[in-house]
Design a protein around this ligand. Structure first.
Ligand code: HEM
Length: 311
C-alpha cells in the first residue's frame, strides 16, 4: 500500500467551499482531553464516510492535525514526528511572519457549503469538551481558481498525480509515514493598494501575466516578484509543496486576504520558501499583514485510528 492511500486529504484540490479552524486545548484535565480527542479521532472516519454517502457530489475532503504544543500536551510519552516544531515566527527585511498559538487544526473542503456546516457541527461536538475555537476562516474558490489578487494560483504547484510525493512523509520517518506537515498562515491584503496598481505592475509583482497566466521573462519581473522570492532550489532542483490557498473576505472586519495552506513531506522545504520570501522582500509582503501562522502534523489515517484506540 502506498503512503498516499493512507494519507488524509493533504493534496489536491483546493476545493470550492473551504473552512480552516484552529483550536486551543483547554489544558485543564489532560486525561479527559486526551480521551475526548481519541473519541474524535475514532468518530472522524465514519462522520466523513456518512457525509460522502449522503452527498457524494460534494467531494468532501478533510485534514486534521496537531501542532507541536498540542502533540506534546496530549501525547507526552509518545515519539514525535521528526520535523514537528513550534513555529515561533520569522522576520526579516522589516517584515514579520508571526507564530501564533494553536493546538489542533481542521481543514475541510466541499462543493457545498451545507456539507461544510454539517461536518463542522458534528465534529465540533466531539472536540468541544477538549478544546475551544481560536480562529475559523471560511474560504472560497474565486473565479478560475484565482487568488484574491486576481492571478491564477497553483500553476507551478505539483499536478495531481505527483502531489502525494511532495505532500506525504515516506520512509525517511517511518513511524509517521503517510503523514504530512501543514503550514497554515492567514494573510490580510491591502486590496485598495493592490487594485490601485496598473495591471502591468501587478504582473511584474507576481511574475506572470494576469489574464493568460503565462510566466514573464525574469528580466521583466521585479527582483522581488512573488514567483522569484518563493521559488527555492536545492542542487538545481526546484523544491515543491502542495499549496491549496484560498481567498477569504469579511465585510464586518474589513479584512480580505489569502489563507495560505501548504502541505509538505518536509516542513523544511516550506520553511526555506518563507525564509527566502523574507530575505528578498517578496512583493506580496509589502501590501499584506500576516495575522496567524503555525505548523501542524497531519497524521495518516492509520495513525489516527491508533490515536483513537491508545491500547
Ligand atoms: C498568502 C498570499 C499568497 C498568494 C496570494 C500567493 C499567490 C501565488 C500565485 C498567484 C502564484 C503564481 C502561480 C503559481 O505558480 O501558483 C504563486 C506561486 C507560488 N507561491 Fe504563492 N502565494 C501566497 C503565499 C505564498 C507562501 C506563503 C508561499 C510559501 C510558503 C508560497 C509559495 C509559492 C510557490 C513555491 C510558488 C511557485 C513559484 C514558481 O515556481 O513559479 N506562496 N503564489
Amino acid at each position: 500500500m502506498s503512503n498516499s492511500v493512507k494519507a488524509q486529504d493533504v493534496y489536491k484540490d483546493a476545493g470550492e467551499n473551504v473552512v480552516f479552524i484552529t483550536f486551543a486545548l483547554k489544558r485543564e484535565d489532560q486525561a479527559a482531553e486526551r480521551a475526548a480527542i481519541a473519541e474524535f479521532a475514532g468518530r472522524l472516519p465514519s462522520v466523513l464516510n456518512s457525509m460522502r454517502i449522503r452527498c457524494p457530489e460534494a467531494g468532501l475532503k478533510c485534514a486534521f492535525g496537531f501542532s507541536r504544543q498540542g502533540w506534546d500536551y496530549l501525547f507526552p510519552e509518545a515519539a514525535r514526528p521528526a520535523e514537528l516544531e513550534d513555529f515561533a515566527g520569522m522576520s526579516g527585511n522589516g517584515f514579520e511572519m508571526p507564530g501564533t498559538p494553536a493546538d489542533l487544526f481542521l481543514h475541510l473542503r466541499a462543493g457545498r457549503q451545507a456539507v461544510i456546516y454539517e461536518i463542522v457541527d458534528q465534529l465540533s461536538g466531539f472536540v468541544s469538551p477538549a478544546a475551544d475555537v481560536l480562529d475559523e476562516t471560511q474560504g472560497f474558490r474565486y473565479f478560475e481558481g484565482r487568488a484574491i489578487i486576481g492571478f491564477i494560483d497553483g500553476t507551478e504547484a505539483p499536478n495531481e498525480e505527483d502531489s502525494a510525493s511532495y505532500a506525504v512523509i515516506g520512509d525517511e520517518d517511518a513511524e509517521f509515514a503517510g503523514g504530512s506537515y501543514a503550514f497554515a498562515q492567514k494573510w490580510v491584503h491591502d486590496m485598495d493598494f493592490w487594485k490601485g496598481l496598473a495591471t502591468e505592475e501587478q504582473e511584474r509583482a507576481v511574475g506572470r501575466q494576469k489574464f493568460s497566466d503565462l510566466e514573464l521573462d525574469d528580466d521583466a519581473k521585479f527582483p522581488n516578484a512573488h514567483n522569484i522570492a518563493a521559488k527555492t532550489e536545492t542542487d538545481g532542483v526546484e523544491q515543491k509543496i502542495v499549496r491549496m490557498n484560498v481567498p477569504f473576505s469579511d465585510l464586518a472586519t474589513g479584512e480580505t486576504g489569502t489563507y495560505f495552506i501548504g502541505y509538505s513531506r518536509s516542513w523544511l522545504v516550506t520553511k526555506e520558501m518563507l525564509a527566502q520570501m523574507l530575505k528578498l522582500g517578496d512583493y506580496l509582503l509589502h501590501f499584506s499583514q500576516i495575522r496567524t501562522g503555525q505548523l501542524f502534523f497531519i497524521p495518516s489515517r492509520t495513525l489516527l485510528d491508533e490515536l483513537a484506540d491508545p491500547a
